[in-house]
Structures are given as structure tokens and as C-alpha cells.
Design a protein around this ligand. Structure first.
Ligand code: MCN
Length: 779
């Protein structure tokens, strides 16, 4: 792929292909009074122009969330309809209003300019707290007060009591900044309707081909089996490509109508106003402690900005997923969390690398730091006093999940060692000599990876299962083709999944082909998100390989004239135990396909097996990250000068890939902590709509990341012992980096700053602290 040999959706070209350009709302909130497309339709090279009215006439259904949660009073969340092409009203900038189909993209682009849309603009609201206030502009009749849901979990009475009795209560208000995913490849869709059959093939740069198949079939009212979704090479997904988007339906529908292939490829600017965004929480949290700094109770109130519509998992992330991790790695006996999901005139929010877990980690780690400061306890010490010990495993948290294993104190201790925590004051003093403010920060996290047990998700309102499927085909020459329902968009599945088979079956890597991302080839799949591929998909693969071995034993028993119980399989050989009679995996594969003398009543020819795996629980990855920053007080520029992570992702299949995953996650976490902020003005216009305004971290912003893994606590309930690794870095890094910056600023009396800690924000904070100090000295 780095050499340009990959094949992304934009690289796929079909004969007769037409090009789709989407006309998007320039307003955050408006009534569509009229769409006049007559000039556009008459423009050269234009095949058609479609609007929401055309889709309505064709009875194209609304987009549905895939997870519908309930409010604490038992009521279903508000689910206002979301149409692929807006009907009557638009509720965020970038909402699709019309689709122009041209012979070339240029034809369609030119014609798009000629469409006249008469909008009646309406007042907009972008801030979630303001949106839930009385007199705020209302987005949907179905959601009075712009409230989608009011979720609650935990023991409210116990928490209230503990807060009343506590020796100390630490209170904090936090903003978890809104983020924009920025994969190298913008989203793209290409659809072709087969002329001779009802078959519709949809190429999409998605992480979840089977979900997209269900969605598109449902909306178009056609059989699921008549839709084939292919997700070829995908250039990054980061969670936001794991959701259903209007363009998939628009392009599929237009291709069926026009009986010609239709392609849409987002421009970078378009991605900013059409991709889901992430995070955007306002949180008030209170932590009750005893006199020794032991956590007694936690109350968390979060307002989650859902944007204009409920996206695929948009409601579940700030409720079911986020709240489940509010015990974190700490022993807090009583926890109560409330989360209100609010509609605003912004792009929908949904999963973005970490998805609910970085938010939970951030609340807990900021509270831990703040409590340590208020009680004059060392930040590492307050964590040590509260970490769940190994002896308490399996540990049932008061908020729901049971952690099966994890040695949190050991990982934290090791991270402190790696960062040479005790000698930090020396480094701070050295930095001071050259007029730099140096700080050290820390964050411990636990993550519900391996998303998700279907049972858990079903109880909490998911409308889909979460199992994974693997089909192994053994070729007559002993080569293997493994087809998986997961999807690789940068995680190295072709290597790690093949490694599982190589280890289990003794087949060399070069003879193993991993196939993902095609609903007609793969039996079924949930897709890749929630760091689930190895823990769930890998486990399905392991199970399927087990079935291959079992069948191989039957074949070997027949050929070696032994009983199946006497056949042992190891290192690629089927052998009669206690003898030198044996056959290689390749020989058995050949025999399976040349079954000249098989007892056909008891032994089927061929060697291919399918297995499905639905985990009984999440895999609880965990870790401790430390980082050091240096701030130039003259400019506010913050440099991360050291970063250490000790992570427990269970058994590591491929250390190099996992290290890369941790690095990537840390880079994204660093972006959230220091640079990235998706900003709207009050009218709902996106202020950070390009890379000039939305600052991604660059290579030079990253420190050398020292990463270690602790494999002493393999996941107890999957056959690989593996826990997810794909999001870990993004979960710990924002909290660790903010902790370090606030530590650096502590000598100036600064205790709070909101992400992103841009040089401007840090410089302003330093300047105002210096001014106040100067004023105090004067008086
Ligand atoms: N792995 C391993 N041993 C383990 C755990 C994982 O060798 N104990 C390997 C896996 O085999 C896989 C990789 O590490 O090759 C990540 O595995 P896993 O943690 O199961 O995560 P997924 O493959 O399910 O990937 C999803 C996760 C998520 S949710 C986001 S978002 C994300 C991420 O991974 N987006 C990414 N990493 C990304 N990396 C790239 N390059 N691009 C993205 O869009």
C-alpha cells in the first residue's frame, strides 16, 4: 500500500461509470422551501438530479440507529427520522440535499452550482447544554427539549449517602473536545446494479460491510442477499468509517434507478462536513474520599452532544459503553452516572478511536489528579491506594462489568519505573534553569475491548449481534484461504490472523491467504471496531482451525488405519500416538480432496470448516501510561518529551503490530490533548473545516514512545488469551498528557485547562497567572 499498489474504492472503475456529486446544506438549520434543479438538469453531461422528494416517491426508508437505548424511566430514546437526502428540513451543515449524477465528476460539480435551493433559515444551537435549555431552537418534533435520552446507571442513594459522609469531596467540570476523524482515504462509494439480475454490488470504504448490506437492503426494501458489499483496501477508519452514511444509500439507489454504475468520492473538504465526529461531552463529576485518599463514591453527570441525528452507535457510546467503565482501575464502592443525549445543529457524533473509553478514563484520571492535589497526596500514591489489586480478580465493579483479570498495580509500578518517576524533580529543576516548565503526567485505564458479547449488547438495546465468523478453506495442496467477517483498514490483519493459523496448523505464512471485506465471500461478519478483531474474529478463526484439526484427525485415522482417538496433531503432523506413522497437513489436505477410498457414509470429502464466536464478556485490556512535557512559557508551546506505556493486551500475537497500534493510538490521543478541536460558530458553521484550522499532530510533534507489554494476565475467556490493542493508546494518552501539562503549570497556581491545550491556550493561561501574581505582589 505504501508503494501505491493498494486498491481503494476510488481506484475501482467500472465501464459506463457515472459520477455523483452531493449538494449539501450551507445552513445548520433551515426549512427547504424549494429545490429548483431545472438548470442543472439541462447542463452538459448531466444524467440526472435527485432530491429527497424523489427518494420519498420511491419509498426509500429512513436511516436507523443500530443501537437504541432506553432512558432511566424505561422510555425508548427519541429516534427522529434521518433521510439520506433531506426532506423538508436540514439540521446540520453538510446535510445532503440533492445528488447530481454526471458523465464525469466535473460535469456533476459544474451542474451542482446551478441548483437553486430556497432555504428559510432557522435559529441553530450547537452547544449541548444550551440545546437542552428551555427556549432553545427545537430540532425534532419527536424529541421535545432536544433530548434523545436520559440514561442512568448505578446506585444513586448509596452515592448520595457517601458524598454526604465523605471526609473530602473533589468536584470537577470537564469538556471532552469534539474531534474529526481524518483517515488518509476520504470515504468513497461505488454501486453497480446488475442488468440481468436484481443483484446490487456496492463498494464502500467501510469497516462494516455486513452492516452496510443490511442497512442498504432495508432502506431500499430489497432482499439482503441481493446486495453484495465489498470493502476493498480501506485507508484508515478510526471508528468513523464503521457507521452507515447517507451516501451509501444515495449511490446504491441512483445506480439501481439509472442502471449504470455510480461513484461518489468525498473531497477532503467534504469529509469535514459529512463524516461523523467524535466525543463532545460536558461532564460534572464528584468523587468522595476518606481522610486517607481512598475513593468512596463517584457521581458523574454527562451531557453528550449527539449532533443532529442519532448515528449508528451514536446513542450507545456515551451511555452503555462510556458508563460501563466509570469504575476504571479503581476500587470505588459506589458509582452513579447519568448521561443525557442531546440533539444539536452539528454533525452527528459516533464512535471515534476509543469510543466512550477515553471519555471515562479522562474523568477518572482528572479526578484522581485533582483529589491528590487537594489532599496533598502524591499523584502516584493516590492511585496506588485505590488500584484494584490482583487478588481481587475477578472483580465485579459496582457499575456492571466484571473484570476477569488484570494486574493493575504491577503495570502502574512498571510504568513509573520506566519513566523514572522518583527522579523527576531533578529534571524539572534542570528545565527551570533554561526557563522551561516541565511536568510529568500519568493515566491508568481499563478498556472494554473485544466488543461485544451479543447478550450484553442485546440487553442494552443493540439491534445487531456481535459475534464473528471465520471460514477456513484448505486447498488441495495444503494452502489455506481464511475468510473473516472482520475488516482490515490498517491493523495488519493479513499478518496477525495468518499467524494464528500458522501457529495452530503448522502451515507456513506464505501459504495462508486472509480474505475480509466481501459479503458474498465471507459467511457473515460484524466488522471491525471496538478492538474486537483479534479477541472475537481471531477466536472464531482459532475455533475453525480446531475443527479443521478434528476433521484432519478423522482422515488421518482412516488413512493410517488407527482410531481417531489415537491420532495426535502437532507442528503440522498428524501422527499415530506412540508410533512413527504420520502424515503431514498437506498430505491430509490432498487426501481430503482425492477421497478415492473414503468411507463416504462416515467421512465427508473436502476440508473446510466454519466457526462462529460470540464472546461471553468483554476482554478488559488495561495499562498505565506516563508522559513528560516541557512548556516554553514565552510561547505556550508544549513538547511531549517522553512517553512510556505499559499495556496488558493479554497474549500478544504480533508484538511489532501491537506496538504500532499503541503508537498510532497515542498519536491520536496526543492530537486530542494538544491540537485537535472541531469548532462551530454559534450559527452552526464549521470553523475548523480544513487542515489549516483543524490541527492534526505531525511526526515532529511525537516523542519516542516506549512501549512494553505485560502478558501475565491473558484473557480468561477466549481461546487466544488476547485482549484488544487497537484503541489503548488513544484511551490513555489524552489523560496522561493533560496530567503532565497541568503538573508543569502547577507552580503557577493553574489547576484547570480544557483540551486541546494549544500553545495559545497554554500561553494565555500562563500570562494571566503571571499577571495575577504580579498584581498580588504589587498590592
Ligand atoms: N493484536 C495482537 N495481539 C493482541 C491484540 C491485537 O497481535 N493481543 C493485533 C491484531 O491481530 C491486529 C491489531 O493488533 O492486527 C489490532 O487488533 P485489535 O485490537 O483486535 O483491533 P482491531 O483489529 O479490531 O482494530 C480496531 C481498532 C479500532 S477500534 C480503531 S478505531 C483503529 C485501530 O484498531 N483504527 C485504526 N487501529 C487502527 N490502525 C490503523 N492503521 N488504522 C485505523 O483506522
Amino acid at each position: 500500500m505504501l508503494r501505491g499498489a493498494g486498491c481503494f474504492v476510488a481506484d475501482v472503475s467500472l465501464p459506463g461509470e457515472l459520477h455523483c456529486v452531493i449538494v449539501r446544506s450551507p445552513h445548520a438549520h433551515a426549512v427547504i422551501r424549494n429545490v429548483d434543479a431545472s438548470r442543472a438538469r439541462a447542463a452538459p453531461g448531466v444524467i440526472a438530479v435527485f432530491t429527497g422528494g424523489d427518494m420519498a416517491a420511491d419509498q426509500v426508508g429512513p436511516m436507523r440507529a443500530l443501537w437504541a437505548i432506553r432512558s432511566s424511566d424505561g422510555r425508548a430514546m427519541a429516534e427522529p427520522p434521518r433521510w439520506a437526502l433531506a426532506r423538508e428540513r436540514v439540521r446540520h451543515i453538510g446535510e445532503p440535499v440533492a445528488a447530481v449524477i454526471g458523465q464525469t465528476r466535473e460535469h456533476a460539480l459544474d451542474a451542482a452550482e446551478l441548483i437553486e435551493i430556497d432555504y428559510e433559515t432557522l435559529p441553530a444551537v450547537v452547544d449541548a447544554r444550551q440545546a437542552s435549555a428551555t427556549a432553545a431552537p427545537q430540532l425534532h418534533d419527536e424529541a421535545p427539549g432536544n433530548i434523545c435520552f436520559r440514561w442512568a446507571r448505578g446506585d444513586e442513594a448509596a452515592v448520595r449517602q457517601a458524598l454526604q459522609k465523605a471526609a473530602h469531596v473533589t468536584r470537577i467540570d470537564l469538556i471532552n473536545n469534539r474531534l474529526i476523524g481524518a483517515a488518509i482515504e476520504p470515504r468513497a462509494v461505488l454501486a453497480v446494479a446488475d442488468a440481468g439480475s436484481e443483484k446490487l454490488t456496492l463498494y464502500s470504504s467501510t469497516q462494516v460491510p455486513h452492516h452496510i448490506r443490511s442497512y442498504v437492503a432495508e432502506q431500499l426494501g430489497i432482499a439482503e442477499g441481493s446486495v453484495r458489499v465489498i470493502a476493498p483496501d480501506v485507508g484508515g477508519g478510526f471508528g468513523y468509517k464503521g457507521k452507515h452514511y447517507p451516501e451509501e444509500t444515495i449511490v446504491a439507489w441512483t445506480a439501481r434507478r439509472l442502471r449504470q454504475p455510480v461513484k461518489w468520492v468525498a473531497s477532503r473538504s467534504e469529509s469535514f462536513v459529512s463524516d461523523n465526529q467524535g466525543r463532545d461531552h460536558l461532564t460534572h463529576a464528584e468523587l468522595a474520599l476518606d481522610g486517607d485518599g481512598h475513593f468512596q463514591a463517584l457521581r458523574v453527570e454527562t451531557i453528550a452532544n449527539l449532533g443532529a441525528y442519532v448515528s449508528t452507535f451514536g446513542a450507545a457510546i456515551p451511555s452503555a459503553i462510556y458508563s460501563a467503565l466509570l469504575a476504571g482501575v479503581y476500587r470505588t464502592p459506589a458509582i452513579f452516572v447519568q448521561c443525557t443525549g442531546v440533539f444539536t445543529n452539528t454533525l452527528p457524533t459516533d464512535a471515534y478511536r476509543g469510543a466512550g473509553r477515553p471519555e471515562a478514563c479522562y474523568v477518572l484520571e482528572r479526578l484522581a489528579d485533582r483529589a491528590a492535589h487537594e489532599l496533598s497526596i502524591d499523584r502516584a500514591e493516590i492511585r496506588r491506594r485505590n488500584l484494584i489489586p490482583l487478588s481481587a480478580m475477578p472483580y465485579k465493579t459496582p457499575i456492571g462489568p466484571t473484570y476477569d483479570c488484570g494486574d493493575f498495580p504491577k503495570l502502574f509500578k512498571r510504568a513509573l519505573e520506566l519513566a523514572e518517576y522518583p527522579s523527576f524533580p531533578k529534571r524539572r529543576a534542570e528545565a527551570k534553569r533554561i526557563n522551561r516548565l516541565r511536568g510529568i503526567g500519568m493515566a491508568c485505564y481499563v478498556e472494554s475491548s473485544g466488543v461485544a458479547p451479543s447478550r450484553f449488547a442485546g440487553m442494552l438495546g443493540a439491534r445487531t449481534g456481535f459475534f464473528e465468523t471465520a471460514l477456513i478453506r484448505v486447498q488441495p495442496d495444503g494452502g489455506i484461504q481464511a475468510l473473516l467477517g472482520t475488516h482490515n483498514h490498517g491493523q495488519g490483519h493479513a499478518t496477525t490472523m495468518a499467524q494464528i493459523l500458522c501457529t495452530q496448523l503448522g502451515v507456513p505464512l506464505r501459504k495462508i491467504e486472509i480474505v475480509e471485506g466481501d459479503t458474498d465471500l465471507v459467511p457473515y461478519g460484524t466488522g471491525t471496531f471496538g478492538s474486537r478483531s483479534i479477541a472475537v474474529g481471531g477466536s472464531a478463526l482459532h475455533r475453525a482451525a480446531g475443527k479443521i484439526i478434528a476433521k484432519g484427525k478423522l482422515i488421518a485415522a482412516h488413512l493410517l488405519e488407527a482410531s481417531a482417538g489415537d491420532i495426535a496433531f502437532a507442528d503440522g503432523w498428524f501422527a499415530v500416538a506412540g508410533t512413527d506413522r504420520r502424515m503431514s497437513f498437506a498430505e491430509i489436505a490432498r487426501a481430503a480432496n482425492v477421497p478415492h477410498n473414503f468411507p463416504l457414509e462416515t467421512l465427508e470429502p473436502g476440508l473446510q470448516e466454519t466457526a462462529v464466536y460470540d464472546p461471553p464478556a468483554f476482554a478488559f485490556s488495561n495499562g498505565a501510561h506516563l508522559c513528560e512535557v516541557e512548556i516554553d512559557p514565552g510561547t505556550g508551546e508544549t513538547r511531549v518529551v517522553g512517553y512510556w506505556g505499559v499495556d496488558d493486551v493479554g497474549t500478544v500475537i504480533n508484538p511489532m503490530i501491537v506496538e504500532g497500534q499503541i503508537h498510532g493510538g497515542v498519536a491520536q490521543g496526543l492530537g486530542q490533548a494538544l491540537h485537535e478541536h472541531c469548532a462551530y460558530d454559534r450559527s452552526g458553521q464549521l470553523l475548523s473545516g480544513s487542515f489549516m484550522d483543524y490541527a492534526l499532530p505531525r511526526a515532529g510533534d511525537l516523542p519516542l514512545i516506549e512501549s512494553e507489554f505485560d502478558e501475565s494476565q491473558p484473557c480468561t475467556h477466549n481461546p487466544l488469551g488476547a485482549k484488544g490493542a487497537g484503541e489503548a493508546g488513544a484511551i490513555a494518552a489524552p489523560a496522561a498528557i493533560v496530567s503532565a501539562v497541568l503538573d508543569a503549570l502547577a507552580p503557577l497556581g493553574l489547576t484547570e485547562l480544557e483540551m486541546p491545550l494549544t500553545s495559545e491556550a497554554v500561553w494565555r493561561a500562563i500570562s494571566s497567572a503571571q499577571l495575577s501574581a504580579a498584581a498580588r505582589t504589587k498590592t
